[in-house]
Write a protein that binds this ligand. Structure first.
Ligand SMILES: *[C@@H]1O[C@H](CO)[C@@H](O)[C@H](O)[C@H]1NC(C)=O
Ligand SMILES: *[C@@H]1O[C@H](CO)[C@@H](O)[C@H](O)[C@H]1NC(C)=O
Ligand SMILES: *[C@@H]1O[C@H](CO)[C@@H](O)[C@H](O)[C@H]1NC(C)=O
Ligand SMILES: *[C@@H]1O[C@H](CO)[C@@H](O)[C@H](O)[C@H]1NC(C)=O
Ligand SMILES: *[C@@H]1O[C@H](CO)[C@@H](O)[C@H](O)[C@H]1NC(C)=O
Length: 503
């Protein structure tokens, strides 16, 4: 059961009354779910009954010690536990908490904008994997502070909360500090999307000052699949919100960083990145490159015919492992940045030892207490390999994601595809192919634009192509984690995007 305090805060604070008598009068259906029903499913919309709903309104009234629980009659299976958490930024309010969907619990961080939290846009960030925590994005890339070692964080002047109120979310359940009870699990992006869309609706309904604010959904790597599905769910959910008399979420754009959006486009890109001068000088031998070039059509044909066209687990697995063998990198190179050697063990640190420091930092009991991490959660790990395997077993990445991107473009949602130019894993060649392959009404206008350089601080910062709602951009000298490698240039890119300016 929930602590009384939380229920009391939910109902009584807006009325400035807080007593146990008041608590007893709360209609029983407003109590958050008691977590005994483990059936998963999409948020079910109840009929309009505003008399029963009272927004929490003011984030500043949240406690630093205890969670306040927020519910909404329209999402009877969902609630949000949120607290103030004084950490990481120091110049703005920070909040952490859980989105509770019956037995599933998603952890989030929320930082207000450094410029003007009362007017700036709202952004949601997720890392990929599948199975990796957004703590990597927060504490290594674009968050308000960076972890230096287990005992120390430093202020990041180039954090993306420079001009945006920003969420970082550990999803799906089983990732980072997120957890589930009764063996509940989420093994595909469609199911993950429902939880995210419901969370955003509850947030905007409760914190009314953000209502109608421009909302941007962003992420990196596998989030090239996550974000289009999440955004589509938010968009489609809007119709149900309107029908129920609520304010739709003002979904304005998506930002896909070094994304895996079109699985079939990665093989050719993998070859070109190591055998041509697409970014750096070729890094593989001529003889390996010739072998690769000869095998490439077979890999692409096999991937299409025995995997993406038929979605059969066994033949997909054969095609994918064949293709990976074809485009295998030489030993010791960092696949996230071809200009670098891998530091540490790829599986353990992703070639970036800072990921270990983040893990150690997030395993400190005092930090977990500040954040309100559920005590049942064991050791933090930046990526959950079982979750990764589960998504792979469900062929999640093979299902067509570009249709979601075009669906959003056709409905007026802007799309920024940005790519660190030295990444191999989700490289710029594959992402450029993805954008050129998109089958949408702006295709001709977009595809006829040349790739040209964009400048920052007086020098060339990358390549870009843009028309209508779609922008593609590369960032020179950056790998997979662009804001880590190029913090100033990445903030420039994001701030221009938020301001609606071209590069
Ligand atoms: C759980 O929820 C589902 C769908 O709302 C419902 O059909 C089922 O009866 C519930 N089970 C329990 C044990 O309450
Ligand atoms: C962190 O602090 C602990 C306790 O003061 C100390 O034992 C440890 O050596 C420190 N580690 C680093 C990397 O500074
Ligand atoms: C959504 O945000 C845009 C950009 O900030 C703004 O122009 C528009 O009026 C907003 N729409 C609604 C319905 O609030
Ligand atoms: C958690 O981490 C500690 C310290 O690194 C280690 O001793 C322990 O075995 C780990 N527990 C689990 C369940 O992995
Ligand atoms: C900007 O340009 C100046 C002068 O060329 C240089 O010293 C500085 O390092 C550059 N900053 C960035 C972020 O590239």
């Amino acid at each position: 059961m929930l602590p009384l305090l939380a229920l009391c805060a939910f109902v009584a604070v807006p009325l400035v009354r807080c007593s146990t008598q008041e608590t007893l009068k709360i209609p029983s259906h407003l109590y958050p779910s008691d977590h005994t029903n483990t059936s998963s499913g999409s948020p079910e919309i109840l009929h309009h009954d505003t008399a029963l709903f009272m927004p929490f309104e003011n984030l500043n009234l949240l406690s630093t010690n205890d969670f306040t629980t927020l519910t909404h009659y329209i999402f009877p299976k969902h609630s949000v536990r949120i607290k103030k958490s004084d950490f990481c930024d120091g110049t703005v309010n920070a909040y952490t908490g859980y989105i509770d969907i019956e037995a599933r619990h998603l952890f989030f961080y929320f930082f207000e904008s450094r410029r003007n939290p009362d007017e700036d846009d709202v952004m949601l960030w997720t890392n990929g994997g599948p199975g990796c925590s957004s703590a990597v994005g927060l504490f290594m890339e674009l968050g308000p502070c960076r972890v230096e070692n287990v005992n120390k964080t430093t202020f990041n002047p180039y954090s993306w909360n420079d001009r945006a109120n920003i969420f970082f979310i550990d999803q799906p359940v089983g990732v980072g500090y997120s957890y589930a009870e009764y063996g509940e699990t989420v093994g595909n992006t469609e199911d993950a999307a429902k939880d995210i869309a419901a969370f955003m609706a509850i947030f905007f309904e409760h914190f009314t000052k953000f209502k109608g604010r421009s909302f941007h959904m962003a992420g990196e790597s596998y989030a090239g699949r996550y974000v289009p599905l999440f955004a589509a769910e938010v968009y489609d959910q809007n119709a149900r919100l309107v029908e129920a008399g609520l304010t739709p979420i003002n979904l304005t754009s998506m930002l896909l960083g070094n994304g895996l959006t079109e699985a079939g486009a990665r093989w050719r890109g993998g070859y070109e990145m190591q055998c041509t001068s697409a970014s750096l000088a070729p890094i593989n031998t001529i003889s390996n490159c010739v072998r690769m070039r000869q095998m490439l059509p077979r890999c692409e044909k096999m991937f299409k015919e025995s995997c993406s066209d038929i979605l059969d687990a066994i033949s997909c697995s054969a095609a994918i492992s064949f293709c990976w063998n074809v485009i295998e990198l030489p030993e010791g190179i960092n696949p996230y940045d071809l200009s670098k050697k891998c530091e540490g063990e790829l599986r353990e640190t992703l070639c970036y030892p800072i990921t270990k420091d983040i893990t150690n930092f997030l395993n400190r009991n005092d930090i977990r207490e500040i954040l309100g991490v559920d005590p049942t959660i064991g050791n933090f790990s930046s990526c959950n390999n079982e979750k990764n395997a589960q998504f792979n077993a469900n062929l999640d990445s093979v299902y067509p994601t570009p249709y979601y991107v075009t669906g959003l473009l056709e409905r007026g949602v802007k799309v920024l595809v940005y790519v660190g130019a030295n990444d191999f894993r989700c490289n710029w060649i594959s992402n450029e192919m993805m954008t050129l392959n998109l089958d949408w009404t702006g295709k001709e206008a977009f595809n006829s634009q040349p790739l040209k350089e964009w400048n920052f601080n007086g020098s060339a910062a990358g390549l870009t192509r843009s028309a209508g709602l779609l922008t593609f951009a590369t960032i020179y000298d950056a790998g997979h984690m662009v804001p880590y490698d190029k913090p100033e240039a990445s903030l420039e890119l994001v701030n221009k995007w938020l301001a609606g300016e071209s590069l």
